[in-house]
Ligand binder design. Structure first.
Ligand SMILES: [Fe+2]
Length: 252
């Protein structure tokens, strides 16, 4: 199991959820939102670890192209998550908070790693278009982007947790608005399979269960059958299999 979960050891650390410390206590709305957010952030962090750990060892042209598809799917998932936060979740949270400014704080934090993400996207697009796979350059891009993104993904959970004392916030409404919008806009070919194959249903002793993709089981099964095969080569680089169960990385 230790080898299978090599990606869980970093370099980017997974977030523990507030839910894992409840010990039978009732879960508050703020805590639930923070936990759900941490689970999504962990999908992004697992993906980033898979990229970081495998990037130096990929050589064959077909492997490079498939790896770039995986990197593109990771980036697509990250862009989509942050767009939903900036257009739906944080503006709605800001309206309800006593203390104003959470939406602009979130936006400012996104800005800190945006240049790194632009460089990442440019690199991936270039290699997919036939450019050379320059491992040194890719490592520099990851070394710049990774720690800034990680810092933001950690800080956002703290921000939600701290708002627990604000009684005016309808956490249920916020959670539903985020989930509904995400489901509506999720890219079926890249984002949905990325969420499934990096979700780790065993995380924190399996207390969260299988929640990605966030659809009823039969819809999820159809998504699995129809969309995962479309970029099948890309999901070799993922942390988990088609059911979110951890697997080993072929190039780490
Ligand atoms: Fe987030």
């Amino acid at each position: 199991m230790a080898t299978e979960k090599k990606w869980a050891d970093g370099p980017f650390k997974l977030l523990s959820t507030p839910r894992s410390t409840l010990n039978g206590k009732e879960e508050s709305g703020a805590s639930k939102n923070a936990s759900e957010m941490a689970l999504i952030h962990n999908i992004l962090l697992r993906g980033l670890n898979c990229i970081y750990l495998q990037a130096p060892n990929i050589q064959a042209p077909q492997d490079i192209q498939d790896f770039m598809l995986f990197c593109d799917a990771w980036s697509c998932t990250l862009h989509s998550h942050h767009k939903t936060e900036e257009t739906v979740y944080f503006p709605l949270l800001d309206e309800q908070c006593k203390e104003k400014g959470v939406a602009s704080k979130n936006h400012d934090e996104h800005e800190t790693f945006l240049p790194g993400l632009v460089a990442f996207d440019k690199f991936v697009t270039g290699v997919r278009a036939g450019g050379s796979y320059d491992k040194e350059m890719f490592k520099k891009i990851l070394d710049d982007l990774g720690p800034k993104l990680e810092a933001h993904l950690i800080s956002e959970i703290g921000l939600l947790d701290e708002l627990e004392k604000d009684q005016g916030i309808d956490w249920d409404l916020l959670g539903k608005a985020m989930a509904q919008h995400s489901k509506k806009v999720a890219d079926r070919v890249r984002e949905v399979p990325f969420l499934i194959t990096n979700s780790d249903v065993t995380y924190e002793s399996g207390i969260h269960g299988a929640r990605f993709p966030p659809f009823p089981w039969f819809v999820s099964q159809i998504l699995r059958w129809v969309y995962i095969p479309q970029l099948k080569g890309a999901w070799r680089f993922a942390s988990c299999d088609d059911y979110g169960v951890p697997k080993s990385l072929p190039f780490a």
